[in-house]
Design a protein around this ligand. Structure first.
Ligand code: GDP
Ligand code: MG
Length: 182
């Protein structure tokens, strides 16, 4: 009977941030448990998916990547359309990538034009914490958290796509935030 079917929820997640911060690597680690040092500008697909269970709900995260266009052109309406959560990424070792965050935040709000911009779920990831054992860090956790507070208490995770640090935790938070707001 229809009653035996579990509800399956599809959530669209987009990942934004400067080129080179590790957006593609984070997704590859989360979905395929793989990391590569090779720099690849494109993964040849618009999105990857991973299913997870939250309480009694089956959730499919559809995670959209850029194909490197973030460097020189806008990402287009289809990329932003219908997003349920926006993951902002910077590289903790590169100050400029942190300083770009406000622009990415603004660009998302402008392009996706969510019904409720004040409460739309954003999450911040400070990636590459593995580099130099964290000694080369250009942006302190405190500074990152202050930025998150300014934008409305955004959740913050320090991650490494290389060492698989905090990625499952971050995307679980993404799914929960998207579910709650939807
Ligand atoms: P994107 O342009 O934001 O998609 O960044 P990529 O995922 O292509 O990564 C850019 C470069 O940084 C590649 O050479 C990756 O191997 C490297 N990289 C990505 N994440 C990490 C990380 O957590 N730690 C280290 N050490 N390198 C990383
Ligand atoms: Mg990429």
């Amino acid at each position: 009977s229809p009653g035996t079917f579990r509800r399956r929820t599809l959530l669209k997640v987009i990942v934004l941030g400067d080129s080179g911060v590790g957006k593609t690597s984070l997704m590859n680690q989360y979905v395929y448990k793989k990391f590569s040092h090779q720099y690849k500008a494109t993964i040849g697909a618009d999105f990857v998916t991973r299913e997870l269970q939250i309480d009694d709900k089956l959730v499919t995260l559809q995670i959209w990547d850029t194909a490197g266009q973030e460097r020189f052109q806008s990402l287009g309406a289809a990329f932003y359309r219908g997003a349920d959560c926006c993951v902002l990424v910077y590289d903790v070792n590169v100050l400029k990538s942190f300083e770009s965050l406000s622009n990415w935040h603004l660009e998302f709000l402008k392009q996706a034009n969510p019904a409720n911009p004040e409460t739309f779920p954003f999450i911040l990831l400070g990636n590459k914490v593995d580099v130099d054992g964290g000694h080369s860090c250009a942006v302190t956790e405190k500074r990152a958290r202050e930025w998150c507070d300014l934008k409305g208490s955004l959740p913050y995770f320090e991650t490494s796509a290389k060492e698989d640090i905090n990625i499952d935790e971050a995307f679980l938070c993404v799914a929960q935030a998207a579910l709650e707001s939807g």
